[in-house]
Write a protein of this length. Structure first.
Length: 180
């Protein structure tokens, strides 16, 4: 990349890829969540993310570039991490806490990315894109606050209580040393 315009377009493609990956992952997180409040928050954000994708498509069309050809490696890693938690965890409050953490990591990535892209769009005079990107950024920030509220008011306490109430795992017997 040689110009800010190229970097800006590449970053639009990157966040488009991230949004698409997160859209595919969110239903899996919602399905494993036990908290109805968490499920609702994830479904609401899924709908917002679909609109965010449409905004990015509008920006690319207006800018005359295609959104294909870019895979967001950061999103790939975040989705893989979430998948590991889903596979390793047992449905319940502790897994719900992990789901919130994974979803917030996604939000923080998107918040940082949208903020950066907005700054570049302003420098480039892309006023229509700036307005669309700010809408998406506001939704990401709103979702982050919503997830924090759900965690603080419900999920973290439930996870701690589940830990307190759960029987301690039995210690594995140590292997006896063999004498030769």
């Amino acid at each position: 990349m040689e110009t800010l315009q190229e970097l800006y377009q590449d970053s639009i493609k990157d966040v488009y890829s991230a949004e698409k990956q997160f859209i595919r992952a969110m239903p899996k997180l919602a399905k494993k969540a036990q908290s109805e409040t968490l499920k609702e928050a994830l479904h609401t954000h899924l709908e917002q993310s679909q609109v965010q994708v449409e905004r990015l498509e509008q920006i690319a069309e207006a800018g005359g570039f295609k959104l294909r050809g870019k895979v967001c490696k950061a999103a790939q890693g975040l989705v893989e991490e979430a998948q590991e938690h889903l596979e390793e965890g047992t449905p319940g409050p502790v897994l719900d806490a992990a789901i919130v953490a994974c979803a917030q990591k996604n939000e923080h990535y998107e918040i940082g990315t949208y903020g950066t892209i907005i700054a570049w769009a302003e420098q480039l005079g892309e006023t229509d894109a700036v307005a669309l990107l700010r809408e998406s950024l506001a939704e990401e920030e709103q979702t982050d606050k919503l997830l924090s509220g759900v965690a603080e008011k419900e999920i973290n306490k439930a996870a701690l209580n589940a830990e307190i109430e759960a029987p301690a795992p039995k210690a594995k017997p140590k292997p006896k040393a063999s004498v030769k």
